[in-house]
Design a protein around this ligand. Structure first.
Ligand code: FMN
Length: 450
């Protein structure tokens, strides 16, 4: 990373509930306003006031129907359903801000790369280069059924498709149109120079895309690539493709090992390993005094909907947790869904019971919950940043928008006093603010292949 400060994303979802199920009923909570554009433009303004790099939108296809083999708990408890498409919020939020970035989650299993490349080029144009693509392969069986593709592909096959999907997108974004292809010459009537616009002629196992790309080059060309895989195959994918990686590991030691592993794998692809940025989640619960912060955490915990949490986790790990004894230890299992969630709670000496996992996961699933004064929360952030070696954090919401407003009003000034957070933005594009350059690094495989 080029600069010495912590990078921040707000980790949210265009839905009632994201990762703290039950919080919508917390007094004063505004989660149910997720359908209201003004809720989101206000979130954007607050995040930009706090120097955040971006708002990161998670998104899923399908419904969490693994728990009890039933979709009703997910519907009743708003477990990531209902939800709306996040991409459509981005233009409104971009209009309300000047520098904030927007990471949009899209699935490589249920989209076509030619279409998706166009959508992201459009978003990159309308945001003046402030968009990121969180690449996911989708883990819910019910998505496959609804999208008419039969059974969900198995875990590694989904990643194989994702690799080819990204190759097509990179070719469209990076190689199809030269920077000087658009000439806009009124006298000759020539808008673009066809000699500088190339077909990509992709003919692969999953996709046939002759090209060329239908969009002219956008400020970043390729949106910033975010990824969160943590299985072996997921790590291989992230090491090759991701610029920013979401870390989902429960202890500092596991985070350190994960970061080292990913950097080593990235170097094996000819990438500069220091160009990868790592973002663990954090669940900050902050108040002016320790006693007030503890009281706030207690009232948040009271609002947690345990059955809803188990509904969410059952979908994450593709195991019906209603069938397990609450005191049963979580054995290591191979799942076709999110292997990383299993790895966070199972294996080695630290196996958790189902009950312990549900209690811990109630506030933000797998991320550390930090309760305290602004100084204490800033201490924790400084520790992870300086000693563990992460580049920033995904700030996970408990109450909305209270988690964000508390963080910006209380923790951000403390981080700025310590020179740990920007006072003003360095660049105009999201990649510029994250990495000090508008376009992909030359060592990224998209550039090497091109
Ligand atoms: C922090 C984090 C956030 C994620 N966000 C999403 C998401 O918004 N949508 C989605 O479909 N998958 C999401 N995932 C799932 C991953 O993209 C990936 O599909 C999953 O982790 C399976 O890969 P793995 O087994 O290598 O971990 C997320 C995973 C993590 C750890």
């Amino acid at each position: 990373m080029p600069d010495d400060h912590v990078h921040l994303n707000l980790f949210t979802m265009n839905a009632v509930e994201h990762v703290t199920v039950g919080s919508w009923r917390y007094p004063g909570d505004q989660s149910a306003r997720y359908t209201d554009r003004e809720y989101w433009t206000e979130v954007a303004r607050t995040a930009e006031r706090g120097g955040f790099d971006g708002v990161f939108f998670a998104d899923v296809r399908g419904i969490y129907d693994v728990y009890g083999d039933d979709r009703d708990p997910a519907i009743e408890r708003a477990v990531q359903t209902p939800s709306n498409d996040p991409a459509y919020l981005v233009p409104a939020m971009a209009e309300a801000t000047d520098h904030l970035g927007f990471a949009v989650t899209k699935s490589t299993s249920y989209n076509h790369p030619y279409q998706l490349a166009r959508e992201f080029s459009t978003l990159d144009h309308v945001t003046d280069g402030r968009v990121a693509f969180n690449v996911v392969t989708s883990y819910l069986e019910s998505a496959a059924a609804n999208l008419g593709v039969g059974d969900r592909m198995d875990h590694d096959e989904r990643y194989d498709r994702a690799e080819e999907f990204m190759d097509v997108c990179y070719a469209l974004w990076e190689d199809s149109w030269d920077d000087d292809a658009v000439v806009r010459d009124r006298d000759s009537g020539r808008y673009s120079n066809p000699e500088k616009v190339r077909a990509i002629d992709h003919d692969g196992e999953h996709f046939r895309v002759p090209g060329p790309h239908g969009c002219e080059p956008s400020p970043q060309r390729t949106p910033v690539v975010y990824q969160a895989g943590s299985s072996d195959r997921g790590r291989a994918f992230a090491a090759k493709n991701a610029e920013a990686v979401f870390v989902s590991q429960p202890t500092p030691e596991k985070v350190e090992a994960y970061v080292a592993d990913l950097r080593e794998r990235a170097a094996a692809h000819g990438r500069d390993p220091d160009e990868l940025a790592f973002f663990p989640g954090i669940v900050p619960i902050v108040a002016p005094t320790e006693a007030l912060a503890e009281a706030k955490a207690e009232s948040y915990r009271d609002a947690v909907d345990v059955e809803g949490v188990l509904t969410l986790l059952s979908g994450f790990v593709d195991v019906d947790l209603s069938e397990l004894d609450p005191d049963q230890r979580i054995e290591h299992i191979e799942t076709d869904a999110i292997q990383g969630t299993v790895n966070a709670f199972a294996g080695g000496e630290s196996d958790w019971t189902v009950r312990e996992m549900a209690e811990f996961a109630g506030l933000g699933t797998t991320s550390p919950v930090v309760v305290g004064t602004p100084e204490q929360v800033a201490d924790e952030i400084e520790y992870w940043y300086r000693d563990v070696g992460v580049d920033g954090f995904n700030v996970k919401e408990v109450a909305r928008p209270e988690t964000l407003t508390d963080f910006v009003d209380l923790v951000v000034p403390e981080l700025r006093d310590r020179d740990l957070l920007r006072e003003t933005y360095e660049a105009d594009t999201l990649r510029g603010n994250l990495f000090g350059r508008d376009r992909l690094s030359d060592t990224h495989p998209a550039k090497q292949d091109g």
